[in-house]
Design a protein around this ligand. Structure first.
Ligand SMILES: NC(=O)c1ccc[n+]([C@@H]2O[C@H](COP(=O)([O-])OP(=O)(O)OC[C@H]3O[C@@H](n4cnc5c(N)ncnc54)[C@H](O)[C@@H]3O)[C@@H](O)[C@H]2O)c1
Ligand SMILES: NC(=O)c1ccc[n+]([C@@H]2O[C@H](COP(=O)([O-])OP(=O)(O)OC[C@H]3O[C@@H](n4cnc5c(N)ncnc54)[C@H](O)[C@@H]3O)[C@@H](O)[C@H]2O)c1
Lengths: 207, 207
């Protein structure tokens, strides 16, 4: 399978291609992709060459064709059923996020412990009690969970998800998880963007 | 200044060091840092060698010393005054995020257009009207803004921020910004984590 750092870059190229398509741009170059992904144009060409010949020398890449190819390579052609664990502020902001469906991520269900949330529907998604996790994961064939519970509840929720058969978790809680065997976790940290901005401003003032 | 891809990796090393310190671990190796940052141990050593000698060959790195060094290199020793633009679900989740203060990001103010939010205090932060932006940015010496407005309002809000003197923006809205000259924007896309998880699950099933 593909080295993890390469996967991260392919995901960024895919995002760049989507914003180009939104603007009606049909061709792009390794320079365009490199700028957004913060790597060299050489690295872009090397990444893409790993999977075959996509562009034409000197004429760049077809935005649609390359995007379709990357969807295939990354396994995004299929639909993934997603659940949100912890339907609070962050969870409900994610439920409403317009790009979710665009990439075949189908939000099927949400889970919470607060009695006043259980049994409601938020952004079109039913909110179940955590104790219903095993049967609802089976019913909706959930493969991936977005974990948006407070830090102290994250590890226990992870173990409940693994026991229910969920194999992928995107962890928004501020604690590091120790996932059970066979469960793949990706941690999200919005602060990385803040730190990059502060570095850019810092570098400007100290030049 | 440092190449942007290197900045991204240093930010990840910093996050790893913080989680190690939280667990009381005092020494670490380039292998540990490499695993989290999804790069080779050689790349970690190369990145850190760029800035001087930190570790001792064979004995790894001191967690505290390296973390302090990285804070200095990335300009995180100083405090940054931050404002949230759009105090909705995502904005208020960010306002409450415990790690913000840990890295010297001081949340000073929030801005919104909804009359029922203006004049309130959320997570200890005063919510002002957007039309007060210039005077409140000066009053609180705001340098960085977290943009959590709906996509269609993001570009106009960016221009208002630039006119008020804000030089750094972390863009959470799902639209691509065209920032005025001299404004540094970092786009955040949580879907990248979802795509990496789906790739990991896809690669497992097709091996
Ligand atoms: N990764 C980031 O950059 C980032 C940014 C902001 C917030 N966060 C984190 O996201 C998480 C959620 O933040 P928020 O502002 O939405 O909080 P919130 O309090 O608004 O929402 C939390 C929700 O989880 C539910 N809950 C609590 N314990 C639970 C459990 N054991 N199982 C299921 N549901 C449970 C609560 O009832 C509530 O609905 C926090 O951990 C916060 O630190 C992360
Ligand atoms: N980047 C990501 O990964 C991610 C994830 C979830 C949501 N989002 C995005 O974040 C944004 C906010 O999402 P949300 O769920 O918090 O929405 P929300 O509707 O709950 O909050 C938006 C807030 O912005 C205010 N607002 C609207 N127009 C404004 C303007 N011109 N100036 C100032 N304030 C304004 C509204 O009054 C409201 O309080 C959306 O663009 C959404 O797509 C991004």
């Amino acid at each position: 399978s593909i080295p993890s750092a390469t996967v991260g870059r392919l995901v960024t190229y895919l995002r760049v291609l989507a914003t180009l398509a939104d603007r009606g741009i049909v061709r792009t170059s390794s320079d365009d992709l490199a700028r957004e992904a913060r790597v060299s144009a050489f690295q872009v060409r090397k990444d893409l060459a790993y999977f075959g010949r996509f562009g034409t020398r000197g004429a760049g890449y077809d935005v649609d064709a390359l995007s379709t190819e990357l969807h295939r390579i990354l396994g995004l052609e299929r639909a993934w059923n997603v659940a949100i664990i912890g339907m609070g502020r962050l969870g409900s902001a994610l439920a409403d996020y317009p790009n979710m469906a665009r990439y075949n991520f189908c939000l099927q269900a949400a889970f919470d412990v607060a009695p006043e949330k259980v049994g409601t529907v938020v952004a079109g998604v039913p909110v179940y009690a955590m104790r219903e996790l095993p049967e609802r994961v089976r019913e909706h064939d959930v493969q991936v969970a977005l974990l948006t519970v407070p830090g102290e509840g994250a590890q226990a929720a992870t173990e409940a998800l693994a026991a229910a058969g969920v194999r992928g978790i995107v962890n928004f809680a501020s604690t590091v998880l120790d996932p059970p065997e066979g469960v793949h976790v990706e941690a999200i940290d919005f602060l990385a963007g803040l730190k990059r901005v502060s570095y850019a401003l810092h570098a400007e003032t100290s030049d």
